[in-house]
Design a protein around this ligand. Structure first.
Ligand code: AHG
Ligand code: MN
Ligand code: MN
Ligand code: MN
Length: 336
């Protein structure tokens, strides 16, 4: 990095953005800063997961029927607490809670935004020191300000997102978020404990040579899906060679796809007959970010994912997402 260049922190950046838009109330900027603060607290625990008594199963089952790890719980609490204290959020829905949580205090009731989140994504990676993440999605409430938020505030189509983002706890910790205008990436500088703008105006490469899907379920996918996967698998060395990656953490897959391009698929199969990933907590926020970065996200060969109206908070959805050209090729094969 050029040392003469001033490194802008997340706080500085959001305040500068606010100055450029005189009509803005600052609630969204405040919300992003509050999420950043919670992320820093979670990051501290993630970093010591191996030594602290925070590693491993908490012995409970969440509403998805999966066992809950202690870090999932810790992250869930941190983000909820931070959002409740925030002056910008009137309620939150989380993968870890069956129902949405309305905030009862007067300040929160006056706030404009609701947040949906997956507080800890890729939790099976915790025990093996592989990347994990947090995903969040922000909507303007439909219910009147001054009242408690309602279920309908959380069940809006993804196209109505005001902002969405993720935190990746990887070889470094980053926060990436999209607003209607752009996608910005910040890297946590541990020496000052601040997220610093490191990836301004992120754009997903239009083409790439990476495909990502759990091929362990290959024979369980429907025929067209198998055919589209086959396209990316070389038969001989003269074929175009694609590289296969699968981390088992959607945040890591999407982050890689944003930086290096590629296609990530999580199709429906067998017990996950509607897909595995959650529409509101995972698919919608990632699709919003990807589209803002110039990529494409589909729920099937014909349906743009962001246009779906969620029927339930914990609904699942197949997802096919990534670089424009690879997604065009994929759609072509699927619709043949
Ligand atoms: P979570 O840890 O929030 O439950 O999500 C994990 C998800 C997702 O991030 C990942 O892509 C997928 O589970 C991996 O599942 P499989 O290993 O079964 O493919
Ligand atoms: Mn989970
Ligand atoms: Mn997840
Ligand atoms: Mn999770």
């Amino acid at each position: 990095m050029n040392l003469k260049q001033k490194v802008m922190t997340l706080d500085e950046f959001t305040i500068q953005e606010l100055r450029n838009y005189p009509g803005a109330t600052g609630q969204l900027s405040g919300l992003l800063r509050d999420i950043g603060l919670a992320a820093k607290r979670v990051n501290v625990e993630v970093n010591k997961a191996g030594i602290a008594d925070i590693l491993g199963e908490a012995g409970k089952t969440n509403v998805q029927g999966e066992s809950v790890k202690k870090l999932d719980e810790f992250a869930n609490e941190q983000f909820i607490n931070s959002l409740e204290t925030s002056i910008s959020c009137c309620g939150v829905a989380s993968e870890e809670n069956e129902n949405f949580i309305p905030f009862h205090d007067e300040h929160s009731k006056k706030s404009k935004y609701v947040v949906l989140m997956d507080p800890l994504d890729g939790s099976s990676n915790i025990d093996v020191n592989v990347s994990i993440g947090t995903i969040f999605s922000v909507y303007r409430r439909l219910s009147p300000e001054g009242t408690e938020c309602e279920l309908e505030d959380f069940l809006q189509p993804g196209t109505r997102q005001i902002a969405a983002g993720y935190i990746i706890y990887g070889s470094s910790t980053m926060m990436v978020y999209a607003t209607r205008r752009s996608v910005q990436g910040f890297t946590l500088d541990p020496s000052i404990g601040e997220f610093c703008l490191s990836h301004p105006n992120l754009k997903c490469p239009v083409d790439s040579d990476i495909f990502s899907v759990n091929v362990g379920y290959y024979h369980l996918y429907e025929e067209k899906i198998r055919k589209s996967i086959d396209h990316f698998m070389a038969r001989n060395e003269n074929d175009r060679i694609y590289r296969h990656r699968f981390v088992g953490c959607m945040v890591a897959e999407i982050h890689r796809t944003l930086i290096q391009g590629g296609i990530f698929m999580y199709p429906a199969f067998g017990k996950y007959s509607s897909g595995r990933l959650r529409l509101c907590y995972e698919c919608n926020p990632m699709s919003f970010i990807m589209e803002k970065a110039g990529g494409v996200s589909m729920a099937n060969g014909k349906q743009r994912l962001l246009e779906l109206k969620p029927a339930q908070l914990h609904q699942r959805m197949p997802i096919f997402i990534g670089s424009k050209n690879m997604m065009d090729t994929w759609q072509h094969i699927i619709n043949e």
